[in-house]
Design a protein around this ligand. Sequence first.
Ligand SMILES: NC(=O)c1ccc[n+]([C@@H]2O[C@H](COP(=O)([O-])OP(=O)(O)OC[C@H]3O[C@@H](n4cnc5c(N)ncnc54)[C@H](O)[C@@H]3O)[C@@H](O)[C@H]2O)c1
Ligand SMILES: NC(=O)c1ccc[n+]([C@@H]2O[C@H](COP(=O)([O-])OP(=O)(O)OC[C@H]3O[C@@H](n4cnc5c(N)ncnc54)[C@H](O)[C@@H]3O)[C@@H](O)[C@H]2O)c1
Lengths: 206, 206
Amino acid sequence: NVSMTVVRRLPKYYQYLKDLEDRGVEKISSKELASLMGLTASQIRQDLNSFGAYGQQGYGYRVLELKEAIKQILGLSATYDCILIGGGNIGQALAKYNHYRKDGILINAIFDVDPEEVARKTDIAAYGMDGLEDYVANNSVDICILAIPREAAQNVADRVVKAGVRAILNFAPIDLDLPENVIVNNVSITDNFYTLTYLLAEDAML
Amino acid sequence: NVSMTVVRRLPKYYQYLKDLEDRGVEKISSKELASLMGLTASQIRQDLNSFGAYGQQGYGYRVLELKEAIKQILGLSATYDCILIGGGNIGQALAKYNHYRKDGILINAIFDVDPEEVARKTDIAAYGMDGLEDYVANNSVDICILAIPREAAQNVADRVVKAGVRAILNFAPIDLDLPENVIVNNVSITDNFYTLTYLLAEDAML
Ligand SMILES: NC(=O)c1ccc[n+]([C@@H]2O[C@H](COP(=O)([O-])OP(=O)(O)OC[C@H]3O[C@@H](n4cnc5c(N)ncnc54)[C@H](O)[C@@H]3O)[C@@H](O)[C@H]2O)c1
Ligand SMILES: NC(=O)c1ccc[n+]([C@@H]2O[C@H](COP(=O)([O-])OP(=O)(O)OC[C@H]3O[C@@H](n4cnc5c(N)ncnc54)[C@H](O)[C@@H]3O)[C@@H](O)[C@H]2O)c1
């Protein structure tokens, strides 16, 4: 199988290939793609070969064909029904960002302890937390996004999994303790700040 | 020097040690810390040894001492003056999140093409884009956060660097082309969604 390190590079390939397609470029060599993306040509060949044979010796890669292949590998040819729990600052930013809809990632409902406040700020249907289990039982839910305070995250995640949801995108700064068969991806915006402060502190010491 | 893979694990150590301190735990063995964090004891010893000798054979690590050491390595014992460019959805979420202030990461001003709209939603001073260079010349700016549309990001980043800012946290989905001596960290929320869709698509194929 393919390592997650390679998988995590795929979105970057996908972005660059979309840009090339927008610019009308039909084919590109691994060398040209490498210099564009700041990688080596052998890294590109190695990454892409782990998913199948795409390029041709001496010809390079067909941009449209490779883009579609990566889109397929990333699962973006399907659509995903999502619920968002927590319609606060982060939740609102996610709900209002329409690029996700273009990728087939649809936020269909928001759950919050204060649904009236949430409903004032967004057009997506907002529900109280007591409506969660009924909603999951009667609607398709592929992904649950958690944008709630850290203290509430484990309890709410347990409810979501018990209700039958199998994938969680978690913005709360806590490692959720969930069954093996649940896919969890933690997003930490704060860690990105810490990387900068580390590098600035290192700079200052040089 | 220390590899960035290890550096990117430090925020997680920092979070766990803060939690242990809150719970009044004074010392912890690498084995106990490993089981708590889902790592191996040898990984923990290897990571921490790359920054200096912290644990004692047979005794383990002093929680407070190790936490302070990691805080120091992450540069969090200093304060960082930040400006935020783009006071839209993401910008507002960052501006309103007060955990950063506790870490000494201070957002002191927001710049936007529509500063009146931004000023309505937050207490932080909001300026038009023509005030950028003057502000950087007359105030301390350690980090610039970019939360603007992709099309505007390169031009704005060039202005920010020309004005003298050396570190950028970029939320726009584009790789900025900047001089070597500028520290840039790209945050991609979208990539986290793609990781989930990849894993869901993989699951569906099994
Ligand atoms: N805003 C940021 O920049 C940022 C950065 C890093 C991490 N985070 C994390 O993201 C999460 C969301 O942050 P935010 O800034 O959007 O917070 P917020 O306070 O603006 O929003 C939280 C929302 O969750 C709701 N809520 C609270 N308890 C709940 C519960 N038990 N069940 C359901 N809903 C509940 C609140 O009513 C509110 O609408 C937090 O865990 C935070 O630590 C935020
Ligand atoms: N919201 C999300 O969930 C999300 C997810 C992934 C990536 N992003 C990226 O983050 C960035 C910000 O997203 P958002 O959702 O906050 O967008 P937004 O449209 O809500 O906010 C953008 C802000 O930038 C300002 N602006 C536009 N052009 C400008 C310029 N030339 N100079 C200065 N200010 C300018 C606008 O007035 C607005 O206040 C975008 O690049 C977006 O692609 C957002």
